[in-house]
Design a protein around this ligand. Structure first.
Ligand code: GLN
Length: 446
């Protein structure tokens, strides 16, 4: 009731929710109370949360912030949702996002932009901007997010909350609406690493319904939080602290690394080249996969259908042109072009080779260090509308986050202070399946 009251009081100004479900939430809370009364104990039992509106939930619409799915109700639950239900977590609603998770500012939503709770003139980041804003404003104790190229870490940084994108395959993608399937990964946004540890453990694990899901045991992340940092090698990529990085952001991250060093960690300056290559590769691979994934929205089987189609082609054309927003259309066009006959190797093939290079660069870096620390984004949250007319400058936002997705690695965003009223985040990156280590480093800092 306390969290529902906060949502009712503050979300009018923020627009962080697409769907609020107070009656269902209170019923779920009563059910959790009954389980507690019967003696059951579990970390998330009775704890409220919100889902990014990309996770399928039976009984509550799943819109992906698109007109295309404006009133669509999934006939099944995402595995993540099923697990959280079993854990007794209480869903308060579904959060706003960039349409189909394409964006870095939450301005690409058919349900309107979200405001950054710290400064209403600023974007909350994207695409999980609603989850980040709702957690930052303490409308929910934690929320789910997804990260294909930075969509958990960058909004977490902009809103001053902690976010973790696990290793590709750690969290099931079943029932998580696909954007770029080889990059998409679900994760958590919460006030602290300790909170992330609890939520991630409940969400993660093998799922036979997702063929890319990792068949590895899920550690008890919370049990590792207090490990000392003595001797831990923190790699700081030289190429990431250059002219493109805002000076205040750089200073906050340097100060945070110093705090880790005071706890016994060892700073190692490393080389991590080719971030520009990663950005270019991502903006071919992700749209290519998106153009394929989004071909299912045809106005026939489900989702938006135009009024009074003349024939089948007219039905396809008008349903898709009326149902999708401008950024989604731009990416479908880029992706379809990149995959077209005669261009496949020149674009998609080359991008895949660049992707392999990026993975090899990380592997070389992890021969010299245990965890990489650096920026999440080049600047603090920018003003609403600042990049609205220039998608290419918006894409530059993702330069430090995208390489991590291309390599399938776990990454975190940890709040490390402010630039004026706007929060600054530090990124921590690990080798595959080292989530426990990242959460441990973040927790020791916090
Ligand atoms: N900002 C990136 C994009 O627009 C990343 C999005 C994401 O991680 N879903 O594609």
């Amino acid at each position: 009731e306390a969290f529902l009251a906060r949502v009712a009081a503050h979300d009018g100004a923020l627009n962080s929710f697409i769907s609020r479900i107070p009656e269902m939430a209170l019923a779920a809370a009563d059910a959790a109370d009954a389980r507690i009364a019967a003696g059951e104990r579990a970390p998330l039992l009775g704890i409220p949360y919100a889902h990014k509106d990309i996770f399928c939930t039976q009984g509550v619409r799943t819109t992906c912030a698109s007109r295309m799915l404006g009133d669509w109700v999934a006939p099944y639950d995402a595995t993540v949702h099923q697990r959280l239900n079993e854990a007794g977590a209480v869903l308060l609603g579904k959060t706003n996002m960039d349409e189909f998770a394409m964006g870095s500012s939450n301005e690409n939503s058919a349900f309107g932009a979200v405001k950054n709770p710290w400064d209403h003139a600023a974007v909350p980041g994207g695409s999980s901007g609603g989850s980040a804003a709702a957690v930052a404003a303490r409308l929910v104790p934690w929320a789910t997010g997804t990260d294909t190229g930075g969509s958990i870490r960058q909004p977490a940084a902009y809103c001053g909350v902690t976010g973790i994108k696990p290793t590709y395959g750690r969290v099931s993608r079943f029932g998580m609406i696909a954007y770029a399937s080889s990059l998409d990964q679900g994760g958590v946004l919460a006030p602290s690493a300790a909170d992330c540890a609890i939520a991630l453990r409940a969400m993660a694990g093998h799922d036979s319904r997702d063929s890319t899901s990792a068949d590895q045991p899920v550690p008890d992340y919370a049990a590792e939080l207090d490990r000392p940092l003595t001797g831990l090698r923190i790699g700081v990529p030289r190429q990431w602290f250059t002219d493109g990085l805002d000076a205040t952001v750089a200073a906050r991250i340097e100060a945070a690394i110093e705090i880790l060093v005071q706890q016994g960690a060892v700073r190692v300056d490393i080389d991590l080249p080719d971030a520009e290559l990663a950005l270019a590769a991502y903006y071919l691979i992700a749209p290519a996969e998106a153009s394929s994934n989004l071909s299912r929205f045809d106005g026939v089987r489900f989702g938006y259908r135009c009024a009074e189609p003349r024939d089948l082609m007219d039905l396809y054309e008008r349903s898709r042109s009326e149902g999708f927003g401008a950024e989604v259309k731009r990416r479908i066009l880029i992706g379809t072009y990149a995959l077209s006959a005669g261009y496949y190797d020149a674009f998609y093939g080359r991008a895949q080779r660049a992707r392999r290079q990026v993975s090899e660069n990380f592997a070389a870096a992890f021969a010299q260090c245990d965890v990489i620390a650096g920026p999440v984004a080049p600047t603090p949250a920018f003003d609403l509308g600042a990049h609205a007319s220039d998608p290419a400058t918006m894409y530059l936002e993702d330069i430090y986050t995208i390489p991590v997705n291309l390599a399938g690695l776990p990454g975190m965003s940890v709040p490390v202070g402010f630039s004026g009223a706007r929060p600054v985040g530090m990124q921590l990156i690990g080798a595959p399946f080292t989530e426990a280590r990242l959460l441990n480093v973040a927790h020791r800092y916090q």
